[in-house]
Ligand binder design. Sequence first.
Ligand SMILES: *Cc1c(COP(=O)(O)O)cnc(C)c1O
Length: 394
Amino acid sequence: MIYADNAATTKMSQTAIDTMVSVMQEDWGNPSSLYTRGQSAKEVLEDARAKVAGVIGAEPREILFTSGGSEADNQAILSAAALGRKAGKMHIISSAFEHHAVLHTLEKLRKEGFDITLMDVHENGLVVPSEVEAAIRDDTCLVTIMYANNEIGTIQPIREIGAICRRKNVLFHTDAVQAITHVPVNVVDDNIDMLSSSAHKFHGPKGVGFLYARKGIRLSNLIEGGAQESGKRAGTENVPGIAAMAAALVEAYAAMPANAAHLTKMRDRLIEGLAQIPHSALNGDAVQRLPGNVNFCFEGIEGESLLLLLDDKGIQASSGSACTSGSLDPSHVLLAIGRVHDVAHGSLRLSLGEDITEEQVDEMIRSVKEVVEYLRGFSPIWRDLMSGKKEFIL
Ligand SMILES: *Cc1c(COP(=O)(O)O)cnc(C)c1O
């Protein structure tokens, strides 16, 4: 069995599981309670906050725990929008291939009167900083561009975009859910005002994440109630999940240089092997991409059938984002980089785990080749392409 869908979620690390169980057994008090049991839970919570802050170069008070990446994205964007509205600035800049947690929040704001500009991500899946600079207006209140794309893995020039936003005095948020623990993210060096992250993408538990917001940025709260999280996120904190997230983050960060080197090697071997399949193409820039991300289009086939047949062969992959599977629309990310509908339908994302071996990579190459060939054997589109009725695009 090869699990190659780490961009959808990761297996919890033993350290994260042990931490979670230990907190559930020992430090199960309510961190808002004043007696010893509550205060020991509070200590666990604040220790986790310090660890998370330390990893990304923030101060502990700049870290707000959330239920995951989606909530952090919503809170960051809605907070910036509220500040913008107050200042009479109702223009937001983002990109065409953001996660739906960002795009759907922006859609909501558009209906409320905000003007949204989505930057072109070009054929290589990269936003161009000078184009962001040119798009900034006097009434721009926020630029939100993801650190790394969840489908095609391209890593954006975040530091340059951040520097432009600083110079122009515009808030800059980045969805760093896919980047954290795969590339060195530092909120100070990268000129980031707000950043979203999610534990289950780096071997922590599901349902927990964090939002970094630079001190002085006034956040709106999505959940009203008690005064937890400096009054910006009501509800008793998920202490076991938060502690496990911090443990997973520290562990993955320490292992990042070695893991990234290994993953990059495995990724490039896999890309080289899959590129030998006729009428195939890698999606997204080959260099500016996450160490473990491989995403291909194969002409003449349906991604869904490819996935089901790969599953039969013990390979678990995805055709794009887990959030859009089940819908028959091609991925908005692949359309954004200019793939036409027919081609975008035949996509495959393999997101590798750190323990992937060379043998497993070779097995994946063999299996994908077999399955693509088999599917093309009875695909009407492939028949039309071969007979010249239709022209090859790839
Ligand atoms: C997974 C993911 C999210 C959502 O995170 P959840 O914790 O599942 O809510 C947001 N953005 C990106 C880029 C992601 O990959």
